[in-house]
Design a protein around this ligand. Structure first.
Ligand SMILES: [Zn+2]
Length: 109
């Protein structure tokens, strides 16, 4: 069972309190983008074995979306942060790197 903490209201709870929303930090390209770029936005997800960033919504609480850094292999949670950011906070990236030297996900390391 995952234990997540909503950074918006501060509530810490089991994953049943929340709802997963897929990968975080996905870029949507604007009008005039290619069909391939739009296809990748919709369907091309990395689904890594290891640490990545994903979206969660606090459905049984404040209802806000936020991001979580989580390992898909061990279910270890490295932290949660506002969904209103384009990059994970440095302290969360440092915590991941401390436990997983050489870790990298997309452009983040
Ligand atoms: Zn909340």
């Amino acid at each position: 069972m995952l234990i997540l903490e909503c950074p918006c209201c501060g509530v810490k709870g089991e994953e049943t309190e929340f709802h997963g929303g897929g990968e975080a930090h996905i870029r949507r390209f604007g009008p005039g983008s290619s069909d391939e770029a739009f296809h990748d936005y919709l369907f091309a997800k990395e689904n890594p074995r290891g640490v990545h960033f994903e979206r969660w919504r606090h459905v049984n609480g404040c209802g806000k979306w936020f991001h979580v850094a989580r390992c898909t292999q061990t279910l270890e949670v490295f932290g949660s942060y506002s969904a209103q950011t384009t990059e994970p906070p440095q302290d969360i990236k440092d915590a991941i790197t401390a436990k997983r030297p050489g870790w990298r996900w997309r452009e983040f390391a």
